[in-house]
Design a binder for this molecule. Structure first.
Ligand SMILES: [Fe+2]
Length: 192
């Protein structure tokens, strides 16, 4: 799929954009869901299928087509960004994170079709589709995500994953850049 010239112009103009500039840019990108649907492949047993639509030194734009699986809690490396719900409803869980400790869920929130929500730098979250209507989300990040950290709460571990991996525990060894054992957060008794 090729981006239309107006969308490309909007994205080309973003140089180290602020939170506000990114929201404005993503709001301007009007990509009707029915035009995108032919390009949205199956998630093949993963939480979502991801397609990179645009990448510069400063930003990347990805569309994600969700299955009924939730993704793993994750951060976005050193990037921040905005997520636009193009279709369906997203259930977003937000976590508190302290250095090498297990993330602790703070709250969940629903984002319906048309809504945009912010993913702050170093913020940890997980997403899933709510209900049967297919969730499709458009993500604008700055800079392009590198060094995303994915959490496995049962394993009490984190993994820095390669840039082609989504927000799930990597199956391939080459996608595991660094594994980190975490300590539980309830109290200090397990920490030493
Ligand atoms: Fe995310």
């Amino acid at each position: 799929m090729t981006l239309n010239p107006q969308v490309k112009n909007v994205l080309d103009s973003l140089k180290n954009p602020s939170k506000h500039e990114m929201k404005e840019a993503l709001s301007k990108i009007n990509m009707p869901i029915d035009e995108m649907e032919p390009f949205l492949q199956s998630s093949s047993g993963k939480p979502y299928y991801r397609k990179l639509l645009y990448k510069s030194e400063d930003v990347e734009l990805l569309v994600m087509n969700w299955s009924d699986l939730e993704c793993a809690p994750h951060d976005h490396g050193d990037s921040h960004g905005w997520i636009h719900v193009l279709n369906g409803t997203s259930l977003n869980s937000v976590y508190e994170i302290k250095s090498d400790r297990l993330p602790k869920e703070l709250f969940k929130e629903y984002h319906h079709q048309g809504h945009l929500f912010y993913a702050p730098q170093k913020g940890v979250h997980k997403m899933q589709a709510d209900g049967a209507r297919g969730l499709v989300t458009l993500h604008l990040y700055s800079p392009p995500i590198s060094g995303m950290k994915v959490y496995d709460l049962e394993k009490c571990a984190a993994c820095v994953v390669s840039d082609d991996c989504g927000a799930w525990w990597p199956e391939e060894q080459r996608q595991k850049i660094k594994e980190i054992q975490l300590t539980k957060q309830e109290d200090g008794s397990h920490a030493s």
